[in-house]
Design a binder for this molecule. Sequence first.
Ligand SMILES: Cc1ncc(COP(=O)(O)O)c(C=O)c1O
Length: 358
Amino acid sequence: MPEDNSRQNIKVREAISSMGFYDPPLENRNPEEYILMDFNEPPLPPPPEVVENIAELLKNRIHAYPIYGDFLEKLGEYVGVPNKSLLLTNGSDQGIDLILRCLLEKGDEVKMAQPGFPMFRQITGTLGCAIDGPQFSRDFRFPHQELKDSVNSKTRLIVVINPNNPTGTAVSLEQIEDLLKTFPYIPVLVDEAYYEFTGETCVSLLSSYPNLIIIRTFSKALGMPSLRLGYVIARPDFIKHLQKIRGPYDVNVVAVFAAREQLKNPEHWQRIVKHLLEESKPALEKYFDQHQVKYYSNKTNFMLVEPPDPVAACKYLKENKILVRPMGPPISHTFRMSLRMMPEMQRFMEVYSRFLDT
Ligand SMILES: Cc1ncc(COP(=O)(O)O)c(C=O)c1O
């Protein structure tokens, strides 16, 4: 179509017009066609009763704004904090958005070890701010001292993803405490999206460090990425400011209902976590060891794999109906794959063996 120059396009803010898209490869991700190892998703749905009860709930709720009842109290018991220290968000992506919008003025800087979860860069960009930080080392060690050294007078936020996506790097409680203590006037945001896999959290530091903010999600171990539920854990005075930005109904009633069920009956998702960590992961690592495939072990439900030709590996897997995630620079020598239940892991190993024979 010829360009219509007779009218001006809508003029958007410079920060937005000059930035690129965060465009994860979502098209054609049909779970009936492919084994999905590309988005760190849970391998199985919540128990069937949860899905049935959602259908029942919706009979009377679609036409009313959501009510959340005592869910924050239940979540507070799970996290170990008073409910005033919690804010529900529409996925932890929204938590990142709210926190950055609350803290950053145009021109401020965010420090985060690189590479990290791309939404941080995307949201920082929308605010006309910059995000950078030291690279993880070649063996994906956390660049603790380098991160501290990178902080300058424009730094308004430090982000620590623990464990980091995509490298799987764990950050110790001592390292987090050191950042909080060294920079008492800079908020430190710790993203614990994979907490249920590691069991390691810095919630205990909240009582000593008012500059600590934590985000978590129900999208990973808790099994419900499509429903979009995350939460922020912070001191009540900061939570109050975030409440001014988040809409009162941004979290839908189905997400809260399903989350309540998952917290009430954790055996199902805990069994899945145990299976992934105690069966799928050791089997995959043993297989890679036996076949001299380089990988980076960690405590999450995903790992980076370093084949001689990652592009060919991802292409072969896709042709054989397995999706993994090719990584961009500076780790384009790797691809990221999620752990699945054993039958699917076995299928991966069969296909990968055929790839190694090509
Ligand atoms: C480190 C990290 N933070 C946040 C998210 C976003 O999760 P949510 O589905 O809660 O928006 C992800 C998702 O992959 C992640 O890996």
